[in-house]
Design a protein around this ligand. Sequence first.
Ligand SMILES: [Zn+2]
Length: 427
Amino acid sequence: MYKAILNTVFFLFLTCGFVFSQNSDVYILLKAGHFYNSEKNAFLENQEVLIKNDKVVKVGTQLTIPPNTEVLDFGNATIVPGLIDAHSHILMEQKVDEPLAVDAMMVSSEARVLRAVKFAKSYLESGFTTIRDLGNSGQYLDLEVRKAIKNGYITGPRMLASGPIIGSMDGQIDGIPLADFDRISRQEYSMVSGVEEARKAVREHIARGVDVIKILAVGNRLVLSLDEMKAIVETAHSERIPVTAHCDRDWAAQNAIEAGVDGIEHAYGFKKATLEKMASKGIYVVPTYGSTETIRAYYEQQKLPYTEDDLENNAASWKKWIRELKEAGVTIVAGSDAYVNLEMDRGDYAKQTIWGYADAGLSPEDVLQTATVNAAIALGMKDQIGVIRENSLADIVVFEGDMKADIKKSLYNVKMVMKNGVVEWSK
Ligand SMILES: [Zn+2]
């Protein structure tokens, strides 16, 4: 009897499930005057995007529209693949005049996660539909936030995460009493010594579910040896997990490149020959550059006097560097490294990086490519995100106005954000 009831319930469930799936297809058609095609790196006019559930079905003009399609016409706006920040730190916030250790020492894990809820929402509403979070997230708090977003408990962008950054025995925290150094460094980093510990750390990260391994090519004083880096890259790649290296010294980059990392974060002051070597090996750079506005925010926070010329002079060497990266032919991937409290919404702050690339002289097409298709490839999500094409995920942002004509103005005027085919935010 009991089994019969169960069978009936199961049958009803199947029937209802069938009926439900027959009627649950949601079609949306997006229309706008301008459209950025990230693969062609070109703006097109008057394109339509047909979406079914979480995927793009078709892109073109005068598409055949199925019945019950919701049409969203954005007039003179620009349709762009959802932006990607390849270098976020949503479990971290540091005051401009505080050392790196303060947040990790003074803020509980619970409070860091609750704060990350706010940052995740801000990212999404600013037009970022994916972020790659690169550490300084305690012991795997990033994976908890990633799960909460995926399960729909909180609103946020699709999130990829690295878990603790793997480095030599000194991490990146200094200036704290030795009695606390070991405890805080072990909380924030995965510190290894020797090839076997390096392999074990990678395996532990992968077992926990990270999407990427981040290493410190150079920490406070110590560097990972070439053999350690090779072991990390070999172990990660054997499990199809990419490796990116924090590196801000040209000399330290040489071993990371030889070890076979997939990307390098920051890359400040690298020599032309190093950049060209990276270009020839297909190693991308994430130039975590800000903008004159982030420099202004810094001056304001510090209550320092400044002129517009001061901002421009400060930014000049950064802008020149972005142009040098472009000239060297290296693949540029947008990443903000936003973690300082500049009294801006986190998403707006992260977008200053993209604004800064435009300010440095990159064309609107090249700027958008860094935050769409280039970033998608770096994240191992080619053809799924960073593009709007048949069968890609429907991660789409609509910006006000003609973005090609004035990218800096459009970037801060978001009209609609869609993730997985769902309108998550609109104005
Ligand atoms: Zn960083």
